[in-house]
Design a protein around this ligand. Structure first.
Ligand code: GLV
Ligand code: MN
Ligand code: MN
Length: 417
């Protein structure tokens, strides 16, 4: 894209306003230096209302729909770019995972929408439950038409087991219609996020231009043995489901490291022993296991290995192992024009300190990419820490990212003329 077609706009991005907005959201549901805002909790709902109250400043009409998504819709003629992220957090986690992208989108709308010399508008979305308290990407998947009423009926809070219907009802969203995408309305979707890794920081770079987003596959692996007395049952005859699980975890690590791709990651995020008491041999054990890659064939190979290992343990006869896939997520490619545009905006506002990189974290952009061109940019995370309350980014990097984001929005709207 020629720079001559893109005159220097001197965009009036207000870095102090961006930081003030993020600080205001951080104060809602504050936990240590981070936040605790599970989906539909009181601080999550207050954050949603905070956003809805700010959208008119950007010429946007606010809507909160029946799944907790927030939309800011513009009546300005011309092309529309959708931009956003999410407002809920993981439990006791960081202040920027989600809000950064929402506040950048709000800032882009505040800068671009009132400017009559620019055709078109930025519309804002905050997707509900990106962090998967009730499922996975349930807000953005609802928008693209991929969530049935039956899925909502079955969804429960992973921490409290509270039904999603009850949660929706309690915050006044029960029975409210869900908004789905109006096909062809948007030229695409742009999301900003903290990197949540160390690639940018380690190389002194300021902007990650996301090329692809990993797919996430998740499994429930259940071990069944025999519950018995921890003092009287000789080691030789035990059928200890907890021990079988622990050995299985180690065996995964050994065999996957040979079969995986260069960026595959795998995690056992939760282990439950039943009944879970010091004097009882666990008769049942369960692990929630997740693997991620942007290459689906690598995942297929690893899943086959997982099932082979489970069959081998079962065949040994002490404990049986069942592998159940509970989540499949296709990897997503980010749009080439969006990538070029983010890079060009970085050349202008981040001294060209950008790098193209895949995302190892899941994002709503991978869901939006199923229906419209989508792109993402990252800003550095201090120490690469995220999904922890200490997550942080330098103020200067937050402001640089905001300028690159708003400029990317402007360029995408100019290109869409
Ligand atoms: C999203 O937060 C993820 O776990 O990648
Ligand atoms: Mn996030
Ligand atoms: Mn997250």
């Amino acid at each position: 894209m020629g720079e001559s077609a893109m005159p220097d706009p001197n965009l009036p991005v207000d870095g102090a306003r961006v930081l003030a907005d993020l600080t205001a959201l951080r104060a809602i549901g504050a936990y240590k230096t981070g936040v605790h805002k599970p989906s539909f909790s009181e601080p999550h709902m207050r954050s949603i209302e905070w956003l809805a109250a700010r959208l008119p400043e950007a010429g946007l009409a606010p809507t909160i729909d029946g799944i907790g998504n927030v939309f800011g819709t513009s009546a300005k003629p011309g092309p529309k770019l959708l931009a956003g992220s999410h407002l809920e957090s993981q439990n006791f986690a960081g202040w920027l995972d989600g809000p950064l992208g929402v506040v950048y989108a709000l800032e882009a709308a505040r800068v671009i929408n009132p400017d009559s010399s620019l055709r078109g508008a930025v519309e804002v979305a905050a997707w509900c439950d990106e962090e998967g308290h009730f499922g996975h990407f349930i807000g953005s998947r609802s928008y693209v038409g991929a969530v049935t009423e039956a899925e909502i009926d079955a969804a429960r809070d992973r921490s409290s087991d509270r039904p999603m219907r009850e949660a929706l009802e309690s915050v006044g969203l029960g029975g409210r219609p869900r908004v789905t995408a109006e096909r062809g309305r948007h030229v695409g979707y742009l999301e900003a996020h903290i990197e949540q890794g160390r690639t940018l920081e380690d190389s002194g770079l300021k902007i990650g231009v996301v090329t692809s987003i990993v797919g996430i596959w998740q499994y429930r692996i259940t071990f069944s043995g025999e519950q018995n007395h921890a003092g009287t049952t000789r080691m030789a005859i035990r059928r200890d489901a907890g021990l079988a699980l622990a050995k299985f975890c180690v065996a995964i690590d050994d065999s996957f490291s040979v079969l995986c791709g260069p960026r595959t990651v795998w995690t056992t995020g939760r282990i439950t022993l039943d009944p879970g008491a010091p004097s009882i041999i666990p008769g049942r054990a369960e692990m929630l296991f997740q693997m991620r890659d942007d290459n689906a064939s690598v995942i297929e190979r690893l899943e086959a290995q997982l099932r082979r290992m489970a069959a081998e343990v079962t065949a040994e006869g002490r404990c049986s192992v069942e592998v159940e896939r509970i989540r499949t997520g296709a990897p997503a490619l980010m749009d080439a024009t969006f990538q070029d545009t983010i890079e060009a905006a970085s050349a202008r506002f981040a001294d060209g300190k950008s790098i193209r990189m895949p995302s190892g974290a899941g994002h709503d952009a991978q869901v939006l990419a199923t229906i419209m061109p989508s792109g993402m940019l990252f800003v550095p995370s201090i120490g690469g820490i995220s999904h922890h309350w200490s997550e942080n980014t330098d103020d200067a990097d937050i402001v640089t990212g905001a300028k690159v984001f708003v400029e990317t929005c402007r360029r995408l709207l100019v290109l869409a003329r």
